[in-house]
Design a protein around this ligand. Sequence first.
Ligand code: NAD
Length: 409
Amino acid sequence: MNQVEAAARYFHQAADLLELTEWQRTQLLTPHREVKVECNIVQDDGTIGTYIGFRVQHDLSRGPMKGGIRYHPDVDLNEVNVLAQLMTWKTAVVDLPFGGAKGGISCDPRKLSQGELQRLTRVFVQKLHELIGTYSDIPAPDMGTNAQVMAWIVDEYSKFQGYSPGVVTGKPVELGGSFGRESATGRGLMLAAQNLFAAHGQKIKEFSYAIQGFGNVGSWAARDLYDQGGRIFAISDISGAIRNRDGINIPELMEYVKTHRGVAGFPGAQEFSSDDIFFQDVDVLVPAALGEVITSSNCGDIKAKYIIEGANHPTTFDAHQLLTKRGVIILPDIYANAGGVTVSYFEWVQNIQQMRWPDDRIDSELHKVMFKAFKDIQETKDKYQCDYRTAAFTLGVDRVSKAKRLRGL
Ligand code: NAD
Protein backbone atom coordinates (compact mmCIF):
# COMPACT_ATOMS: atom_id res chain seq x y z
CA MET A 1 0.00 0.00 0.00
CA ASN A 2 1.55 3.31 -1.07
CA GLN A 3 1.30 6.72 0.60
CA VAL A 4 -1.80 7.71 -1.39
CA GLU A 5 -3.70 4.59 -0.28
CA ALA A 6 -2.37 4.84 3.30
CA ALA A 7 -3.50 8.47 3.60
CA ALA A 8 -6.99 7.46 2.44
CA ARG A 9 -7.13 4.62 5.00
CA TYR A 10 -6.02 6.90 7.85
CA PHE A 11 -8.59 9.50 6.77
CA HIS A 12 -11.44 6.98 6.72
CA GLN A 13 -10.44 5.52 10.11
CA ALA A 14 -10.75 9.05 11.52
CA ALA A 15 -13.98 9.69 9.63
CA ASP A 16 -15.45 6.43 11.01
CA LEU A 17 -14.65 7.49 14.59
CA LEU A 18 -16.19 10.92 13.92
CA GLU A 19 -19.19 9.25 12.22
CA LEU A 20 -18.89 11.51 9.19
CA THR A 21 -21.41 10.98 6.40
CA GLU A 22 -20.42 10.01 2.84
CA TRP A 23 -21.03 13.53 1.57
CA GLN A 24 -18.92 15.03 4.38
CA ARG A 25 -16.08 12.69 3.48
CA THR A 26 -16.35 13.57 -0.20
CA GLN A 27 -16.36 17.27 0.62
CA LEU A 28 -13.32 16.93 2.91
CA LEU A 29 -11.30 14.88 0.43
CA THR A 30 -12.08 16.88 -2.71
CA PRO A 31 -9.39 19.51 -3.36
CA HIS A 32 -10.47 23.14 -3.51
CA ARG A 33 -8.43 23.68 -6.69
CA GLU A 34 -5.95 21.75 -8.84
CA VAL A 35 -3.69 23.69 -11.18
CA LYS A 36 -1.41 22.34 -13.87
CA VAL A 37 0.73 24.81 -15.84
CA GLU A 38 3.18 24.71 -18.70
CA CYS A 39 6.50 26.42 -17.93
CA ASN A 40 8.73 27.19 -20.92
CA ILE A 41 12.26 28.52 -20.39
CA VAL A 42 15.21 29.26 -22.62
CA GLN A 43 17.91 26.84 -21.44
CA ASP A 44 21.61 27.65 -21.25
CA ASP A 45 22.29 25.85 -24.55
CA GLY A 46 19.70 27.98 -26.37
CA THR A 47 17.00 25.27 -26.60
CA ILE A 48 13.54 25.65 -25.09
CA GLY A 49 12.76 23.47 -22.09
CA THR A 50 9.10 22.68 -21.31
CA TYR A 51 8.30 21.70 -17.72
CA ILE A 52 4.98 20.96 -16.06
CA GLY A 53 4.19 22.64 -12.74
CA PHE A 54 1.41 21.82 -10.28
CA ARG A 55 -0.30 23.45 -7.34
CA VAL A 56 -3.04 21.67 -5.45
CA GLN A 57 -4.95 23.81 -2.98
CA HIS A 58 -6.66 21.25 -0.83
CA ASP A 59 -8.61 23.13 1.81
CA LEU A 60 -9.05 26.72 3.03
CA SER A 61 -11.73 26.29 5.70
CA ARG A 62 -9.35 27.20 8.55
CA GLY A 63 -7.28 29.87 6.80
CA PRO A 64 -4.90 30.51 3.88
CA MET A 65 -3.51 27.33 2.39
CA LYS A 66 0.04 26.30 3.29
CA GLY A 67 2.45 23.78 1.82
CA GLY A 68 5.79 23.32 0.09
CA ILE A 69 6.92 23.43 -3.53
CA ARG A 70 8.91 20.42 -4.64
CA TYR A 71 11.28 20.21 -7.65
CA HIS A 72 11.70 16.52 -8.47
CA PRO A 73 11.35 14.29 -11.57
CA ASP A 74 8.59 12.19 -9.91
CA VAL A 75 6.29 15.13 -9.12
CA ASP A 76 2.81 14.42 -10.50
CA LEU A 77 -0.75 15.46 -9.75
CA ASN A 78 -1.50 12.32 -7.73
CA GLU A 79 1.44 12.81 -5.38
CA VAL A 80 0.89 16.55 -5.01
CA ASN A 81 -2.77 15.89 -4.23
CA VAL A 82 -2.13 13.53 -1.32
CA LEU A 83 0.65 15.74 0.09
CA ALA A 84 -1.70 18.75 -0.05
CA GLN A 85 -4.36 16.80 1.82
CA LEU A 86 -1.86 15.74 4.50
CA MET A 87 -0.90 19.41 4.98
CA THR A 88 -4.56 20.20 5.72
CA TRP A 89 -4.63 17.66 8.56
CA LYS A 90 -1.14 18.63 9.80
CA THR A 91 -1.87 22.37 10.14
CA ALA A 92 -5.13 21.47 11.88
CA VAL A 93 -3.41 19.06 14.33
CA VAL A 94 -1.11 21.83 15.56
CA ASP A 95 -4.00 24.29 15.32
CA LEU A 96 -2.39 26.81 12.98
CA PRO A 97 -4.87 29.12 11.21
CA PHE A 98 -4.03 27.55 7.85
CA GLY A 99 -5.40 25.07 5.35
CA GLY A 100 -3.30 22.75 3.21
CA ALA A 101 -1.67 22.90 -0.22
CA LYS A 102 1.31 21.47 -2.09
CA GLY A 103 2.99 22.14 -5.40
CA GLY A 104 5.91 21.29 -7.54
CA ILE A 105 7.54 21.14 -10.92
CA SER A 106 8.43 17.90 -12.60
CA CYS A 107 12.16 18.50 -13.21
CA ASP A 108 15.55 17.35 -11.98
CA PRO A 109 17.00 20.39 -10.17
CA ARG A 110 20.47 18.77 -10.07
CA LYS A 111 20.57 18.96 -13.88
CA LEU A 112 19.54 22.62 -14.06
CA SER A 113 21.95 25.54 -13.69
CA GLN A 114 21.21 28.30 -11.16
CA GLY A 115 20.16 30.53 -14.08
CA GLU A 116 17.76 27.88 -15.43
CA LEU A 117 16.31 27.26 -11.96
CA GLN A 118 15.74 30.96 -11.50
CA ARG A 119 14.02 31.34 -14.89
CA LEU A 120 11.87 28.25 -14.26
CA THR A 121 10.81 29.54 -10.83
CA ARG A 122 9.91 32.94 -12.25
CA VAL A 123 7.80 31.44 -15.06
CA PHE A 124 6.01 29.24 -12.50
CA VAL A 125 5.19 32.35 -10.44
CA GLN A 126 4.00 34.22 -13.56
CA LYS A 127 1.49 31.39 -14.11
CA LEU A 128 0.43 31.19 -10.45
CA HIS A 129 0.60 34.73 -9.06
CA GLU A 130 -3.16 35.26 -9.15
CA LEU A 131 -3.73 32.11 -7.10
CA ILE A 132 -1.09 32.36 -4.36
CA GLY A 133 -0.71 35.19 -1.84
CA THR A 134 -0.21 36.20 1.80
CA TYR A 135 -3.89 35.63 2.57
CA SER A 136 -4.70 32.84 0.10
CA ASP A 137 -1.90 30.29 -0.43
CA ILE A 138 1.61 30.47 1.03
CA PRO A 139 4.23 28.11 -0.47
CA ALA A 140 7.46 27.02 1.30
CA PRO A 141 10.57 24.98 0.44
CA ASP A 142 10.31 21.23 -0.01
CA MET A 143 12.44 18.56 -1.71
CA GLY A 144 14.70 20.24 -4.33
CA THR A 145 13.85 23.82 -3.37
CA ASN A 146 15.42 26.10 -0.76
CA ALA A 147 15.57 29.61 0.67
CA GLN A 148 17.04 30.97 -2.61
CA VAL A 149 14.06 29.64 -4.61
CA MET A 150 11.74 31.32 -2.08
CA ALA A 151 13.62 34.61 -2.55
CA TRP A 152 13.06 34.41 -6.33
CA ILE A 153 9.36 33.75 -5.72
CA VAL A 154 9.08 36.85 -3.49
CA ASP A 155 10.82 38.95 -6.12
CA GLU A 156 8.72 37.75 -9.07
CA TYR A 157 5.43 37.81 -7.15
CA SER A 158 6.16 41.34 -5.88
CA LYS A 159 6.44 42.61 -9.49
CA PHE A 160 2.75 41.75 -9.95
CA GLN A 161 1.31 42.39 -6.49
CA GLY A 162 3.66 44.85 -4.73
CA TYR A 163 6.28 43.89 -2.15
CA SER A 164 4.93 40.77 -0.42
CA PRO A 165 7.42 38.87 1.77
CA GLY A 166 4.50 36.96 3.36
CA VAL A 167 3.70 35.16 0.09
CA VAL A 168 6.17 32.38 0.97
CA THR A 169 7.96 31.14 4.10
CA GLY A 170 11.39 29.56 4.44
CA LYS A 171 12.99 32.72 3.05
CA PRO A 172 16.57 33.80 3.80
CA VAL A 173 16.73 35.71 7.12
CA GLU A 174 17.98 38.78 5.16
CA LEU A 175 14.68 38.81 3.22
CA GLY A 176 12.12 38.38 5.98
CA GLY A 177 12.93 34.79 6.97
CA SER A 178 12.58 33.79 10.61
CA PHE A 179 15.24 32.94 13.14
CA GLY A 180 14.97 29.31 14.19
CA ARG A 181 13.56 27.96 10.90
CA GLU A 182 16.60 25.76 10.24
CA SER A 183 16.36 23.94 13.57
CA ALA A 184 12.54 24.06 13.78
CA THR A 185 11.58 20.55 12.65
CA GLY A 186 14.27 18.84 14.74
CA ARG A 187 13.45 20.99 17.78
CA GLY A 188 9.75 20.29 17.31
CA LEU A 189 10.55 16.56 17.25
CA MET A 190 12.45 16.82 20.53
CA LEU A 191 9.51 18.72 22.08
CA ALA A 192 7.12 16.07 20.73
CA ALA A 193 9.25 13.35 22.35
CA GLN A 194 9.37 15.31 25.61
CA ASN A 195 5.56 15.58 25.68
CA LEU A 196 5.08 11.90 24.83
CA PHE A 197 7.48 10.68 27.51
CA ALA A 198 6.03 13.05 30.11
CA ALA A 199 2.61 11.47 29.46
CA HIS A 200 4.22 8.14 30.42
CA GLY A 201 6.01 9.65 33.46
CA GLN A 202 9.40 9.59 31.73
CA LYS A 203 12.09 11.93 30.38
CA ILE A 204 14.25 12.14 27.25
CA LYS A 205 17.39 11.46 29.31
CA GLU A 206 16.08 8.06 30.44
CA PHE A 207 16.29 6.63 26.90
CA SER A 208 18.70 5.57 24.15
CA TYR A 209 18.12 6.49 20.51
CA ALA A 210 18.90 5.39 16.94
CA ILE A 211 18.38 7.98 14.21
CA GLN A 212 18.14 7.44 10.44
CA GLY A 213 19.25 10.60 8.62
CA PHE A 214 21.60 13.35 9.74
CA GLY A 215 20.35 16.15 7.48
CA ASN A 216 18.21 19.08 8.55
CA VAL A 217 15.69 17.12 10.62
CA GLY A 218 17.93 14.31 11.91
CA SER A 219 20.89 16.45 12.96
CA TRP A 220 18.81 19.05 14.86
CA ALA A 221 16.66 16.35 16.47
CA ALA A 222 19.86 14.55 17.54
CA ARG A 223 21.36 17.78 18.87
CA ASP A 224 18.28 18.64 20.94
CA LEU A 225 17.77 15.10 22.26
CA TYR A 226 21.47 15.06 23.20
CA ASP A 227 21.17 18.44 24.94
CA GLN A 228 18.31 17.00 27.00
CA GLY A 229 20.56 14.14 28.15
CA GLY A 230 19.38 11.51 25.62
CA ARG A 231 22.01 8.89 24.73
CA ILE A 232 22.29 8.69 20.92
CA PHE A 233 23.65 5.19 20.32
CA ALA A 234 23.41 4.97 16.52
CA ILE A 235 23.07 7.25 13.49
CA SER A 236 22.95 6.50 9.78
CA ASP A 237 22.96 8.65 6.67
CA ILE A 238 23.72 8.18 2.98
CA SER A 239 27.44 7.74 3.79
CA GLY A 240 26.96 4.83 6.24
CA ALA A 241 26.08 4.08 9.86
CA ILE A 242 27.93 4.57 13.16
CA ARG A 243 27.29 3.47 16.73
CA ASN A 244 28.79 3.92 20.17
CA ARG A 245 27.31 2.29 23.29
CA ASP A 246 28.72 5.16 25.39
CA GLY A 247 26.70 7.62 23.30
CA ILE A 248 27.75 9.70 20.29
CA ASN A 249 28.88 13.28 20.95
CA ILE A 250 26.44 15.13 18.66
CA PRO A 251 27.99 18.65 18.61
CA GLU A 252 31.31 17.03 17.59
CA LEU A 253 29.52 14.92 14.94
CA MET A 254 27.82 18.03 13.52
CA GLU A 255 31.24 19.67 13.14
CA TYR A 256 32.67 16.47 11.60
CA VAL A 257 29.85 16.22 9.03
CA LYS A 258 30.50 19.80 7.84
CA THR A 259 33.90 18.75 6.50
CA HIS A 260 33.35 15.02 5.78
CA ARG A 261 29.86 15.27 4.17
CA GLY A 262 28.55 12.31 6.16
CA VAL A 263 28.73 10.44 9.45
CA ALA A 264 30.94 7.59 8.15
CA GLY A 265 34.40 7.50 9.71
CA PHE A 266 33.48 9.56 12.79
CA PRO A 267 36.34 8.93 15.25
CA GLY A 268 35.53 6.77 18.26
CA ALA A 269 32.41 5.19 16.77
CA GLN A 270 32.06 1.74 15.27
CA GLU A 271 30.71 1.40 11.69
CA PHE A 272 27.92 -1.02 10.78
CA SER A 273 25.56 -1.68 7.88
CA SER A 274 23.09 1.18 7.52
CA ASP A 275 20.37 -1.40 6.66
CA ASP A 276 20.51 -2.38 10.35
CA ILE A 277 19.81 1.06 11.80
CA PHE A 278 16.27 0.11 12.89
CA PHE A 279 17.35 -3.16 14.54
CA GLN A 280 19.66 -1.60 17.12
CA ASP A 281 19.15 -2.33 20.80
CA VAL A 282 17.70 1.09 21.70
CA ASP A 283 14.52 2.43 23.30
CA VAL A 284 13.60 4.97 20.63
CA LEU A 285 13.84 5.04 16.82
CA VAL A 286 13.79 8.31 14.92
CA PRO A 287 13.38 7.79 11.16
CA ALA A 288 14.40 11.20 9.75
CA ALA A 289 15.47 10.50 6.18
CA LEU A 290 13.17 8.67 3.77
CA GLY A 291 9.56 7.53 3.39
CA GLU A 292 8.36 3.92 3.66
CA VAL A 293 11.50 2.56 5.36
CA ILE A 294 9.74 0.72 8.20
CA THR A 295 7.74 -1.99 6.46
CA SER A 296 5.87 -5.20 7.25
CA SER A 297 8.97 -7.16 6.18
CA ASN A 298 11.48 -5.47 8.51
CA CYS A 299 9.38 -4.31 11.47
CA GLY A 300 9.53 -7.72 13.17
CA ASP A 301 13.20 -7.11 14.03
CA ILE A 302 12.60 -3.74 15.69
CA LYS A 303 13.49 -3.78 19.41
CA ALA A 304 12.62 -0.16 20.25
CA LYS A 305 9.53 0.68 22.32
CA TYR A 306 8.95 4.07 20.69
CA ILE A 307 9.11 5.40 17.10
CA ILE A 308 9.06 9.15 16.60
CA GLU A 309 8.54 10.03 12.94
CA GLY A 310 10.74 12.86 11.66
CA ALA A 311 10.44 11.93 7.98
CA ASN A 312 7.12 11.99 6.16
CA HIS A 313 5.39 8.59 6.01
CA PRO A 314 8.41 6.52 7.15
CA THR A 315 6.16 3.70 8.43
CA THR A 316 3.93 1.85 5.97
CA PHE A 317 0.27 1.25 6.83
CA ASP A 318 0.83 -2.49 7.38
CA ALA A 319 3.93 -1.95 9.54
CA HIS A 320 2.00 0.57 11.62
CA GLN A 321 -0.71 -2.05 12.33
CA LEU A 322 1.83 -4.77 13.21
CA LEU A 323 3.92 -2.55 15.48
CA THR A 324 0.91 -1.05 17.24
CA LYS A 325 -0.45 -4.55 17.90
CA ARG A 326 2.93 -5.41 19.50
CA GLY A 327 2.66 -2.39 21.81
CA VAL A 328 5.23 -0.17 20.07
CA ILE A 329 4.20 3.47 20.52
CA ILE A 330 4.43 5.52 17.31
CA LEU A 331 4.29 9.29 17.38
CA PRO A 332 3.11 10.15 13.84
CA ASP A 333 4.71 12.50 11.31
CA ILE A 334 1.71 14.84 11.15
CA TYR A 335 2.51 15.86 14.73
CA ALA A 336 6.17 14.88 15.31
CA ASN A 337 7.56 16.83 12.32
CA ALA A 338 5.12 19.76 12.49
CA GLY A 339 7.73 22.07 14.10
CA GLY A 340 8.78 23.19 10.60
CA VAL A 341 5.36 24.38 9.48
CA THR A 342 4.82 25.94 12.91
CA VAL A 343 7.90 28.16 12.62
CA SER A 344 6.83 28.88 9.03
CA TYR A 345 3.62 30.21 10.55
CA PHE A 346 5.69 32.39 12.92
CA GLU A 347 7.60 33.71 9.87
CA TRP A 348 4.31 34.62 8.18
CA VAL A 349 3.06 36.37 11.35
CA GLN A 350 6.34 38.34 11.60
CA ASN A 351 6.02 39.39 7.92
CA ILE A 352 2.47 40.61 8.51
CA GLN A 353 3.51 42.42 11.71
CA GLN A 354 6.61 43.78 9.93
CA MET A 355 8.76 42.95 12.93
CA ARG A 356 11.30 40.29 13.83
CA TRP A 357 10.91 38.01 16.83
CA PRO A 358 14.09 37.10 18.72
CA ASP A 359 15.26 33.48 18.97
CA ASP A 360 13.93 32.94 22.48
CA ARG A 361 10.43 34.04 21.48
CA ILE A 362 10.40 31.56 18.55
CA ASP A 363 11.48 28.82 20.96
CA SER A 364 8.90 29.56 23.60
CA GLU A 365 6.04 29.89 21.07
CA LEU A 366 7.07 26.59 19.42
CA HIS A 367 7.13 24.99 22.84
CA LYS A 368 3.54 26.16 23.50
CA VAL A 369 2.20 24.95 20.14
CA MET A 370 3.79 21.48 20.43
CA PHE A 371 2.63 21.12 24.05
CA LYS A 372 -0.98 22.11 23.34
CA ALA A 373 -1.16 19.88 20.25
CA PHE A 374 0.08 16.88 22.22
CA LYS A 375 -2.47 17.53 24.95
CA ASP A 376 -5.23 17.64 22.30
CA ILE A 377 -3.97 14.44 20.64
CA GLN A 378 -3.77 12.67 24.01
CA GLU A 379 -7.35 13.69 24.86
CA THR A 380 -8.54 12.42 21.47
CA LYS A 381 -6.61 9.18 22.01
CA ASP A 382 -8.21 8.69 25.42
CA LYS A 383 -11.67 9.51 24.10
CA TYR A 384 -11.56 7.06 21.19
CA GLN A 385 -9.19 4.51 22.77
CA CYS A 386 -6.97 4.48 19.69
CA ASP A 387 -3.26 4.86 18.83
CA TYR A 388 -1.52 8.23 18.47
CA ARG A 389 -1.67 8.28 14.66
CA THR A 390 -5.39 7.62 14.54
CA ALA A 391 -5.88 10.23 17.28
CA ALA A 392 -3.85 12.86 15.37
CA PHE A 393 -5.78 12.24 12.13
CA THR A 394 -9.08 12.29 14.02
CA LEU A 395 -8.18 15.59 15.71
CA GLY A 396 -7.12 17.18 12.41
CA VAL A 397 -10.08 15.91 10.37
CA ASP A 398 -12.51 16.94 13.14
CA ARG A 399 -11.17 20.51 13.25
CA VAL A 400 -11.40 20.92 9.47
CA SER A 401 -14.83 19.32 9.32
CA LYS A 402 -16.17 21.62 12.06
CA ALA A 403 -14.75 24.72 10.33
CA LYS A 404 -16.35 23.63 7.05
CA ARG A 405 -19.71 23.09 8.70
CA LEU A 406 -19.60 26.52 10.39
CA ARG A 407 -18.74 28.30 7.16
CA GLY A 408 -21.66 26.62 5.37
CA LEU A 409 -21.74 25.57 1.76
P1 NAD B 1 17.94 16.43 4.23
O1 NAD B 1 18.14 16.30 2.76
O2 NAD B 1 18.47 17.62 4.94
O3 NAD B 1 18.55 15.13 4.97
C1 NAD B 1 18.26 13.83 4.57
C2 NAD B 1 19.18 12.90 5.31
O4 NAD B 1 18.83 11.55 4.96
C3 NAD B 1 20.66 13.06 4.97
O5 NAD B 1 21.43 12.92 6.14
C4 NAD B 1 20.93 11.89 4.03
O6 NAD B 1 22.29 11.48 4.05
C5 NAD B 1 20.02 10.85 4.64
N1 NAD B 1 19.73 9.72 3.75
C6 NAD B 1 19.42 9.74 2.45
N2 NAD B 1 19.29 8.50 1.98
C7 NAD B 1 19.54 7.67 3.03
C8 NAD B 1 19.58 6.28 3.20
N3 NAD B 1 19.33 5.46 2.18
N4 NAD B 1 19.87 5.75 4.43
C9 NAD B 1 20.12 6.57 5.48
N5 NAD B 1 20.09 7.92 5.37
C10 NAD B 1 19.82 8.46 4.16
O7 NAD B 1 16.36 16.29 4.44
P2 NAD B 1 15.51 16.77 5.70
O8 NAD B 1 15.04 18.15 5.44
O9 NAD B 1 16.26 16.45 6.94
O10 NAD B 1 14.22 15.84 5.56
C11 NAD B 1 14.23 14.48 6.01
C12 NAD B 1 12.80 13.97 6.01
O11 NAD B 1 11.99 14.80 6.86
C13 NAD B 1 12.09 13.96 4.66
O12 NAD B 1 11.20 12.87 4.66
C14 NAD B 1 11.28 15.26 4.68
O13 NAD B 1 10.17 15.20 3.83
C15 NAD B 1 10.86 15.29 6.13
N6 NAD B 1 10.50 16.61 6.64
C16 NAD B 1 11.39 17.64 6.61
C17 NAD B 1 11.02 18.87 7.14
C18 NAD B 1 11.99 20.02 7.18
O14 NAD B 1 11.63 21.07 7.73
N7 NAD B 1 13.19 19.88 6.66
C19 NAD B 1 9.73 19.06 7.68
C20 NAD B 1 8.85 17.97 7.71
C21 NAD B 1 9.25 16.76 7.18
